[in-house]
Design a protein around this ligand. Structure first.
Ligand code: DPM
Length: 320
């Protein structure tokens, strides 16, 4: 019997959550279709973010909350690649690892899910004091800015847990990513796609990021088959913007990107937790200059006070 490179087994690291597994199995299946002679195995692991469920996300700290254990697996050569929701992947990766590919993005918008009793309402027409469940500081700050009459309450747990709490009446509505609901075949729970005028989405939202060892050319070549260039340009611009503002994944920073032909337009905002301060601006340029566009937008927002807003928030989180 002969063994060749093409009969190798490739080990894919994944979190165990239902959403993570749906995403990872999709990646496994796509790779298998492109490379029928290779065996692709899924190795599941728990991350810190999966274990700590009773503390608001923003308090646990953000650096690699959902990714660190998967990264160790690759650095210790127990796995070869890891599938992440790109928005959970920090913008600075550990030495020795890289973002190997970005897959085609789902609708990146936030979505409103309402309790039955509000099925005739929209986000804009929910009554004074309606309780919105979210643990995203980004969603909180933007909604407080536009809809100051609503109340907000932290919610953790996986999608099913959250939806059960909503149905039980603990909340009047939830804000969740359109992409997560869609991938779990729960699109029927989406009551309203929230327009970008009210909520700019998180950096990388709706796309998967596949991480691998830097310069592992064998794996990088395989991943090329899943790369979606337009999504990658958009997400590289968004990630450069976030990296430059040194915002972790748990800060009120929102973005939107549009691509028309070769032209990429990035909109970004930074808001204070009470929603009172909000700076927002836009930069356009060639899609191939995605990183540069992100850096330029960060610089523009800094000139408008973004850094002071972020510094105040970090101090506030430390104090609480
Ligand atoms: C990050 C945030 C949230 C997740 C913060 C944010 C939402 C937390 C919450 C960085 N990661 O968006 O401002 O609302 O309590 C997460 C979800 C998905 C990936 C779920 C969601 C699915 C969508 C995707 C959690 N990570 O946002 O509703 O793949 O982009």
């Amino acid at each position: 019997m002969t063994t060749s490179a093409s009969t190798r087994t490739v080990r894919i690291g994944s979190r165990k959550s239902q959403l993570a597994l749906v995403q990872t199995y999709w990646v496994q299946e796509e790779l298998q279709k492109h490379f029928p002679d290779i065996t692709f195995e899924v190795h599941t692991m728990s991350t810190q973010g999966d274990k700590i469920l009773d503390v608001p996300l923003a308090k646990i700290g953000d650096k690699g909350l959902f990714t660190k254990e998967l990264e160790l697996g690759m650095l210790q050569n127990e796995t070869d690649l890891a599938v992440h929701s790109l928005k959970d992947l920090p913008t600075n990766l550990p030495e020795g690892l890289m973002l190997g590919c970005v897959t085609e993005r789902e609708n990146p918008a936030d979505a409103l899910v309402v309790h039955e009793k509000f099925k005739d309402k929209q986000l804009e027409t929910l009554p004074e004091g309606a309780v919105i469940g979210t643990s995203s500081l980004r969603r909180l700050a933007q909604l407080r800015h536009h809809l100051p009459h609503l109340e907000f309450k932290d919610v953790r747990g996986n999608l099913n847990t959250r939806l059960a709490k909503l149905d039980a009446g603990e909340y009047d509505a939830l804000i969740l990513a359109f992409a997560g609901l869609h991938r779990l075949e729960m699109s029927d729970r989406i009551h309203q796609v929230i327009p970008p005028e009210i909520s700019l989405h998180a950096v990388g939202q709706g796309a998967l990021g596949i991480e691998c060892r830097a310069e592992d050319n064998y794996i990088l070549d395989l991943l090329k088959s899943l790369e979606h260039t337009v999504t990658a340009h958009r997400c590289y611009a968004e990630r450069a913007f976030l990296r430059e503002l040194e915002g972790g994944c748990q800060v009120p920073i929102g973005v939107n990107t549009q691509i028309e032909g070769e032209q990429l337009t990035l909109t970004g905002l930074v808001a204070s937790l009470d929603g009172k301060k909000l700076v927002k601006d836009v930069v356009s340029g060639a899609a191939s200059d995605a990183e540069k566009i992100g850096l330029e937008l960060a610089k523009k927002l800094r000139e408008q006070g973004a850094q002071e807003i972020l510094d105040e928030i970090l101090a506030e989180i430390d104090r609480s």
